[in-house]
Unconditional design. Structure first.
Length: 304
């Protein structure tokens, strides 16, 4: 039995293979068959002592079940340790009951996964009212990595105009907007977002942008309403150019045309979720986060 291996959902096969190659470990793919009534049958690859389940959890419902079923199979076939590497982690935004009788999905998913795996690694989880990801997963290790260093490295290669203003769509984005701007030596600002519904927002700008290039930064883009509203406000205020960089691209690819019509020249996302806009690889973050798993596996092999 191998001491360490990656077990990947098929939707992320390319990214999992690249990381496995970097780490010099085997990669297997979790096969999922759907019966006519919608039930799933899941088959994993050969279990290792430590198994890294690579699973971006966008469009999550079937994927969550596949992860749970895969975990059962891996445990039963000798997997002593399970690490869930979910570059995008679902159901984190509902961290409180905003209306009477609403379920708090973050609590449910956190407890479920904490009972299933030994460690969770994710990137820029939607934790605006949750101070620490450890509180989401009681009793296990959990890390919420920042994509900002990888984004900054990618942007440096483009020789960003020093007059660029890094703009976030709302006050909640201030932390990572300030961090990214600081790494690049750029000015930054955040806008004020007034949400009118799931797909409609009103944007008030918090900076003078006339004649200056804009780098519009957001962590999650799903419906695209916030990005479009902010871009339209920036264009109306005289922004020279508007480019967007996002961590998690959850929007349908056909929306790229809508972004262009709103004045956005380019959209780049990280490889957290497979998407046509992927441009920022996160492998260095993941390999560094998994270094202790590699070291522990090497120690186990030498001890045996």
């Amino acid at each position: 039995m191998n001491s360490l291996a990656i077990q990947s959902l098929p939707t992320a096969a390319r990214d999992a293979a690249r990381i496995a190659h970097r780490m010099g470990i085997p990669v297997h793919y979790i096969e999922s068959y759907q019966f006519p009534d919608g039930e799933l049958r899941v088959t994993v690859g050969q279990a290792a002592q430590t198994n890294i389940i690579y699973a971006p959890l966008d469009r999550p419902n079937d994927k969550l079940l596949a992860v749970l079923f895969a975990a059962e199979a891996l445990r039963r076939n000798g997997g002593a340790r399970l690490v869930l590497l979910a570059p995008y982690l679902c159901y984190m935004r509902q961290d409180t009951a905003f209306k009477a009788c609403e379920a708090i999905s973050q609590k449910v998913i956190g407890q479920l996964l904490a009972q299933t795996v030994d460690r969770v690694i994710t990137v820029d989880a939607h934790l605006h009212r949750t101070p620490d990801i450890g509180s989401v997963f009681p009793g296990i290790a959990a890390e919420n990595l920042s994509a900002t260093p990888a984004i900054a490295d990618a942007l440096r290669k483009d020789a960003v105009d020093p007059r660029t203003v890094v703009v976030g769509p709302d006050a909640e984005s201030l932390t990572w907007v300030r961090d990214l701007a600081g790494r690049l030596g750029l000015a930054h600002a955040v806008s004020r977002k007034i949400r009118l519904g799931d797909r409609a927002v009103e944007i008030e700008l918090g900076a003078k942008v006339s004649g200056r290039p804009i780098l519009l930064v957001d962590d999650i883009v799903s419906s695209g309403g916030t990005l479009i509203g902010c871009a339209q406000a920036l264009a109306a205020a005289g922004a020279k150019t508007i480019d967007a960089v996002i961590t998690h691209a959850l929007f349908p690819p056909e929306m790229i045309g809508d972004f262009a019509r709103a004045g956005i020249r380019s959209v780049r996302s990280t490889y957290s979720v497979p998407h046509p806009t992927n441009a920022v690889i996160l492998d260095d973050l993941f390999v560094a986060a998994l270094e202790n798993e590699m070291n522990n596996s090497a120690f186990s092999e030498s001890a045996s």
